[in-house]
Design a binder for this molecule. Structure first.
Ligand SMILES: [Zn+2]
Ligand SMILES: [Zn+2]
Length: 126
């Protein structure tokens, strides 16, 4: 059983098309519990495996639904995060399984680089 706030935070994450950090959720949420309530709810939901999270460069945690299989593009210049769904991991997983005898149950995948906008800016400075 989820408490009211946990359920609310869970619903926000579940209906989002992109990963959200605690402050995003706080801002999106019309009912506005305080930010620490959001953090506590996120910790609980992740610990109980309702949701997953990813962080880039050891920074802010971004949370996303377990029902969605996201892969991320992280811009190291502006911090923008874009998502794509195509998964290229299955071939690699097969190889790892046979080489290491390892059973893969999940993966988190992201590319680091420069987004379109930042690429243009870098080019402009050349
Ligand atoms: Zn960027
Ligand atoms: Zn994948």
């Amino acid at each position: 059983m989820l408490t009211k706030w946990r359920k609310l935070v869970f619903d926000v994450i579940n209906s989002s098309e992109k990963p959200l950090n605690a402050e995003d959720i706080y801002r999106l949420n019309n009912f506005k519990p305080n930010l620490s309530t959001v953090y506590r709810a996120l910790n609980y939901l992740e610990k109980k495996s309702y949701i997953s999270s990813v962080s880039f460069d050891g920074g802010t945690k971004y949370y996303f639904s377990k029902d969605k299989h996201f892969h991320f593009l992280y811009c190291t210049n502006c911090g923008k995060i874009e998502v794509f769904e195509e998964c290229m991991a299955s071939e690699l997983e097969k190889k790892i399984k046979s080489k290491f005898g390892y059973l893969i149950t999940d993966h988190v995948f992201y590319f680091k680089g420069l987004c379109k906008k930042c690429r243009k800016e870098v080019k402009g400075n050349e």
